[in-house]
Design a protein around this ligand. Structure first.
Ligand code: HEC
Ligand code: HEC
Length: 199
């Protein structure tokens, strides 16, 4: 690196470092406050009216997985996902809008709506594959996924690992999305349809 490049890196990057550090601590603080709050189901139901427009009244999402199912997901996972959209750690223009401070003004609101969605039971069955790859999916799941998501794909509320049992067939894409956020674990077999029945 030439001297001038080094100067440029220092000038451009140094002022950013404190901003990044404070963004991380604000989102961490917001999440821990949301996880400590006692959810209010009545306020949760009220807030969920906005969410229902896209995720459906029972939180089942769309069959193609374009709008994911959120019903039944661990509260801790939902809260983390909402905080990620609020703090530029996950990007989707619709969610950034509906998870912002205007719609969810404080950690209590995040707790309320996340807990409400956690307790929903979707009426519609999720989109499922044609079953042809189930055997292969099972082997891949046991080998590559169960160590984190659990043998029955129930996830882990404490470790904030999503429950993926009964999610949508289109979860290959969702998994890739989730794992890109988690640091780039490759989900090629899932994307290829192999583990989709289990996603
Ligand atoms: C305008 C449509 C729309 C509205 C309204 C909306 N969502 Fe979403 N939501 C989406 C879409 C689309 C995605 C997938 C985005 C992505 O790929 O990151 C999503 C993703 C999510 C996720 C991540 C789920 C996962 O499996 O990765 C959560 C949690 C969520 N929404 C909760 C909510 C809550 C709670 C509300 C109400 C406060 C809400 N959404 C309102 C469209 C919407
Ligand atoms: C090392 C632990 C680990 C392994 C192994 C793992 N996952 Fe995950 N997975 C996670 C974590 C953590 C998240 C949440 C990432 C986030 O929200 O930032 C996640 C997210 C997901 C999601 C998105 C769910 C949602 O609602 O947002 C799907 C689908 C998924 N994983 C499927 C799979 C499949 C299929 C495999 C095996 C091929 C697998 N995972 C292997 C830890 C793991």
């Amino acid at each position: 690196m030439s001297k001038w490049n080094r100067v440029l890196v220092a000038v451009v990057c140094l002022p950013l470092a404190p901003a990044l550090a404070s963004a991380v601590s604000t989102s961490g603080q917001e999440l821990s406050e949301a996880l400590r709050a006692t959810p209010d189901p009545v306020h949760g139901a009220e807030l969920f009216r906005n969410c229902a427009v896209c995720h459906g009244p029972t939180g089942g999402g769309t069959i193609d997985g374009g709008v994911p199912r959120i019903a039944g997901q661990h509260t801790s996972v939902l809260a983390k996902e909402l905080v990620d959209y609020r703090h530029d750690r996950r990007w989707d223009i619709r969610m950034e809008h509906f998870a912002d401070n205007h719609h969810l003004p404080d950690p209590q609101s995040i707790a309320d709506v996340a807990s409400y969605a956690h307790h929903l039971i979707p009426v519609k069955p999720p989109g499922i594959g044609d079953g042809q790859l189930v055997g292969r999916g099972e082997a891949i799941y046991a080998h590559r996924c169960s160590s984190c998501h659990g043998p029955a794909a129930g996830g882990d509320a404490k470790k904030r690992i999503p429950r993926i049992h009964g999610a949508r067939a289109a979860a290959g894409a969702a998994g890739a999305r989730g794992h890109r956020r988690a640091g780039g674990l490759s989900l090629a077999p899932c994307g290829a349809g192999g583990a989709a029945g289990y996603c």
